[in-house]
Design a protein around this ligand. Structure first.
Ligand SMILES: Cc1cc2nc3c(=O)[nH]c(=O)nc-3n(C[C@H](O)[C@H](O)[C@H](O)COP(=O)(O)OP(=O)(O)OC[C@H]3O[C@@H](n4cnc5c(N)ncnc54)[C@H](O)[C@@H]3O)c2cc1C
Length: 461
């Protein structure tokens, strides 16, 4: 297994990556991108086991519902690049299971790739969302045929791919890009039905990063994002050669959606586990700031807190139900329950803004305008800050100030905006969760119950 230091060194492998108009030659030393690399390096160190043959727990597929449950807290503690590595590999194995049943795709290549990824302890990012051009047209009907990633050449040794995958979390921080078709493909979309693993430093790969990370010399009033942020990548594949042993599906549109469904499932269970933690964190902030403001006993504050508590609890219940009702496949692989995963992810995303509204309403304006730690330390302003930031006596003004900073950083600044939009869009957007949840709900049982209740024996001829 790699150490954090070895991981950081591995990023200097000739990858071509850009930040705010400039090429980044050394990610670990970059003032913004470097902090994110440290985050992933820290997870490497946390999981490191020097024993020969040791593997990262998050790269080993769960074999029982108990295994899956045990993985969730480990996943929550990992950085986001390690989490998407888990999502990529579990999605690939879920897809392999489904392809094996159908006798389609390159299952041996998937299993061989998984084995090698485990042994080399690499990080892999999830590249599914295409540029998509005109959303009203299919991939093969676009004015620019590269709007969806496609195969432009094939030979015995491999394929050549062209196109772009957008919004890819941590793309510059992994070793491989796991390319999968973004959705179901029609019979004419054979060249667009490509799933494969591409090294980040492969010739023809270029990544443009965007980030909500705070800028500036003193970022202590960003208690979360000063150390925890991850750029998203706009990943271009400019005629990239992919050898056969890294091609998992090619020219088989019938099975393109298997990858999107498998990734969606694992992406969303990770999302539910993060949303659950986050909902509980927001309850903590709301309670602490109400306490510091001297308002814990006030009826409308208690009402809002109760709604936030119910939201957090329902998310945890959804997560528990998805794990408790995990499905064991005929091949002995375990995955979370689709209905509960998608329903919980939908609820968490759809109600997030309301929970933030409650938090802001409880906290008051200082969540936006509280002076910084630098102002607190400056002898010219420190006294004023202490005096006028004091709330309920007994809670030091500095503590109240720090809670305001944390609330702003999480919910009302660059990361807050990123988080609000990402909650809705990640894992394919609310529409995708509505469809999958509806498809897995036992609608026949519900109809039968309603018919019996209405006293109807025959519904239609
Ligand atoms: C911060 C962030 C991180 C992300 N990380 C990743 C990642 O790591 N990997 C990855 O692959 N993706 C990632 N995503 C992408 C995410 O999954 C997509 O944003 C999401 O699937 C929506 O796709 P889109 O952004 O292209 O929007 P669009 O597809 O343009 O969707 C916008 C709206 O139009 C609707 N729509 C689009 N096409 C149609 C149609 N044909 N018919 C009817 N309605 C339609 C959608 O339902 C939606 O309501 C990330 C997104 C964000 C914001």
């Amino acid at each position: 297994m790699l150490t954090g230091e070895e991981y950081l060194a591995s990023l200097n492998d000739g990858r071509v990556t850009f930040f705010e108009g400039e090429e980044v030659k050394n990610i670990p030393e970059h003032p913004v991108m470097g902090t994110a690399a440290q985050l992933t390096a820290a997870t490497y160190d946390r999981f490191h086991n020097p024993e020969p043959g040791a593997v990262n727990l998050l790269m080993t597929p769960p074999r029982s519902p108990g295994d899956l449950r045990d993985l969730i807290p480990v996943l929550s503690e990992a950085d986001i690049v390690t989490r998407v590595t888990f999502g990529s590999l579990m999605a690939l194995l879920t897809a392999a299971d489904r392809l094996a049943e159908a006798g389609a795709g390159h299952v041996d290549a998937i299993l061989g790739y998984h084995d090698q990824a485990k042994r080399t302890d690499i990080r892999i990012t999830e590249c599914i969302t295409d540029a998509k051009g005109d959303r009203g047209r299919p991939p093969q009907g676009q004015t620019d045929p590269d709007a969806y990633v496609r195969v432009v050449d094939r030979c015995d040794e491999g394929v050549v791919v062209r196109g772009a995958k957008l919004h890819i979390t941590g793309a510059s921080y992994g070793h491989d890009l796991m390319v999968m078709p973004t959705k179901r493909m029609s019979a004419e979309a054979g060249d667009y039905s490509i799933a494969c693993a591409i090294p980040v430093n492969a010739p023809g790969v270029r990544i443009i990063n965007s980030s909500y990370a705070p800028r500036g010399e003193d970022v202590r009033h960003f208690p979360h994002t000063s150390h925890d942020h991850m750029p998203d990548g706009f990943v271009v594949f400019d005629d990239v050669f992919v050898p056969r042993d890294r091609v998992f599906l090619d020219g088989d549109p019938q099975y393109a959606a298997v990858f999107a469904h498998s990734l969606g499932l694992w992406e969303r269970i990770g999302g539910v586990s993060q949303m659950t933690r986050n909902a509980e964190l927001l309850v903590g902030f709301a309670h602490l700031i109400a306490d510091a403001n001297g308002l814990l006993g006030v009826a409308h504050i208690k009402d809002k807190l109760a709604e936030m508590i119910i939201h957090a609890t329902m998310l945890r219940a959804g997560l528990e139900a998805a794990l408790h009702n995990a499905v064991v496949t005929p091949q002995g692989f375990v995955h979370p329950n689709e209905l509960y995963t998608n329903a919980a992810k939908y609820q968490g995303a759809a109600n997030y803004s309301l929970m933030v509204r409650h938090l802001h309403d409880i906290a008051g304006g200082s969540l936006l305008t509280a002076p910084t730690i630098g102002d607190l330390e400056n002898p010219q302003t420190g006294g004023d800050v202490r005096k006028y930031m004091q709330g309920r006596s007994g809670v030091p003004a500095e503590n109240r100030l720090r809670i305001f900073h944390a609330i702003r950083d999480h919910t009302a600044d660059a990361y807050g905006g990123w988080h609000a939009a990402t909650n809705v869009l990640s894992g394919g957007g609310l529409y995708a969760q509505r469809i999958v949840a509806s498809n897995h709900f036992d609608i026949e049982a519900a109809r039968a119950m309603a018919l019996a209740d209405a006293g109807i024996e025959h519904w239609s001829a």
